[in-house]
Ligand binder design. Structure first.
Ligand SMILES: O=C[C@H](O)COP(=O)(O)O
Length: 256
């Protein structure tokens, strides 16, 4: 089956409320409505910027989804500093990134926590963008595929094929994030293929064939074409290049 590509911008901890309105407006102004149905476009701003970004896209009727960068699995309660799924749904989020390597690395997020977040999202009818990826040490040790596929298995534990089908996996080698050092298309394809094989083992070949696997890690206007041309790469999760509307739009166009 032909998968519809997804180009997702992860703004990380960038853009104040006012800056978010400007960037969302620039993306909206440059979005061509003829792309609708051919590529899905998503931005994941900081929590405080979700509503203003959504308001811009809604006002313009620009079909750009908004998603969170993280989420907590409990629906409400005494969890200071956390944000729940009902809160995200009410402002129009369709999904959340889960298990980004910056959350795993700086905030100690474990595979078990990633799994709880994925389960809570799918239970609530949202989808998860599950991030997986190896450090340079793992790559140098030659165990990249084993490591990444174990992360995939852990993230989807206890989830059935129907729930998993809506989710997305983003392969982000840690050594390529924000470094300007991109995985070669061959390296990225090899790992994305291994991820899809793991999804097939978990959920069957048909579901695995329908699930989107993204690449992330210094994807930019210079390398996007080669990366999205790979058979198992269905788009990108973009950090730095998603902060400039013209660059992000170029990346979206590369998926058409
Ligand atoms: O979530 C996005 C990735 O961490 C990639 O970030 P980057 O494009 O700045 O390397």
């Amino acid at each position: 089956m032909a998968r519809k590509p997804l180009m997702a911008g992860n703004w990380k901890m960038n853009n104040t409320y006012g800056e978010a309105v400007v960037l969302a407006q620039e993306i909206s102004n440059n979005y061509n409505k003829s792309w609708t149905g051919k590529v899905d476009v998503l931005v994941c701003p900081p929590y405080i910027d979700l509503k203003p970004a959504k308001t811009v896209f809604e006002f313009d009727r620009t079909p750009v989804e908004i998603g969170a960068q993280n989420v907590y699995w409990e629906p409400k309660g005494a969890f200071t500093g956390e944000i729940s799924i009902p809160m995200l749904k009410e402002v129009g989020c369709t999904c959340s990134i889960v298990g980004h390597s910056e959350r795993r690395g700086y905030f100690g997020e474990t595979n078990e926590e990633v799994n709880r977040k994925v389960r809570a999202l799918v239970d609530a009818g949202m989808y998860a963008i599950v991030c997986v990826g190896e450090s340079l040490a793992v790559r140098d040790a030659g165990t990249t595929e084993e490591f990444v596929c174990a992360q995939v298995r852990a993230a989807f534990a206890g989830i059935d094929a129907q729930e998993a089908q809506r989710c997305v996996v983003a392969y982000e080698p840690i050594w390529a994030i924000g470094t300007g050092r991109t995985a070669t298309p061959e390296q990225a394809q090899a790992v994305c293929h291994a991820i899809r094989q793991t999804l097939a083992e978990l959920f069957g070949a048909q579901v695995a064939d329908e699930m989107r696997v993204l690449y992330g890690g210094s994807m930019n206007v210079g390398n996007v074409e080669m990366l999205v041309a790979q058979p198992d790469i269905d788009g990108g999760l973009i950090g730095g290049a998603s902060l400039k509307a013209d660059q992000f739009i170029q990346l979206v166009k590369a998926c058409l």
